[in-house]
Ligand binder design. Structure first.
Ligand SMILES: [Zn+2]
Length: 227
């Protein structure tokens, strides 16, 4: 999507991964995947954030459903992603979060080439609630992160045999649900009462210097007729 951004570059392993994922989605009756940012040619740097999209192993996948036809370049440029998270507190997914979105995240996380999949915390929470007891191992790779309401961010493991690529530590053991998510669902802090401005400290009135207190010489000058 958004071809003018010129961020459709990546390691061959990423290209294969995305093609495989899109094919699996099609095999399951969905119409492929809309791929957002990958990397710029030769990595980066990028002007606006996205420091992670520089190794050629990261890609954003839109939650928006792909159509059942080939998008034109113009459509790919003009289409926008849509959020699957409702506005307001407490966080909730909206009606656009459906089985297809859940399946896309699951398939991305399931793949042995994937290191992590980042989604909004409330999306992970929803997946935690949906996943049956015997099928939760993939949740470990699904990590809550800021943003990511309209796309997931997939990061692949370093390709075998590359020296310059260093894998992150794997996510902590377990599915990362429940207590591990508490941080993301703390109620918003109450607005802080505005601090009353301090009363201005009254300055002691400056003592007027009386003529009588001045040295005699000064008194003479002051008493002298003008001119
Ligand atoms: Zn991203």
């Amino acid at each position: 999507m958004r071809p003018s951004r010129n961020r459709a570059w990546g390691h061959p392993i990423l290209k294969t991964f995305l093609e495989d994922l899109a094919q699996t989605m099609r095999d399951e009756g969905f119409a492929g995947v809309l791929v957002g940012d990958m990397s710029q040619p030769r990595g980066g740097p990028m002007k606006t954030g996205h420091r992670s999209h520089q190794s050629g192993l990261d890609a954003d996948l839109w939650f928006r459903a792909a159509p059942d036809y080939q998008l034109s370049r113009d459509e790919r440029q003009k289409w926008s992603a849509y959020s699957v998270v409702a506005k307001g507190w407490p966080p909730q997914v909206n009606e656009k979060f459906d089985d297809r979105v859940a399946r896309l995240i699951q398939l991305a996380a399931w793949d042995h080439r994937t290191a992590r999949v980042f989604v909004a915390a409330v999306i992970k929470k929803e997946l935690c609630e949906m996943a049956p007891p015997g099928n939760r191992a993939w949740l470990r790779k699904v990590r809550p992160w800021y943003g990511h309401k309209d796309h997931l961010h997939v990061r692949l493991k370093c390709p075998v045999g590359t020296i310059s690529c260093i894998d992150q530590k794997p996510p902590p053991p377990g599915d990362g649900c429940g207590k591990a998510m508490a941080f993301w669902f703390k109620p918003a802090p109450k607005p802080v009462k505005p601090v009353k401005p301090k009363k201005p400290v009254k300055k002691k009135p400056r003592k007027e210097v009386m003529l009588s207190q001045l040295p005699d010489a000064c008194t003479t000058i002051l008493k002298a007729p003008a001119g």
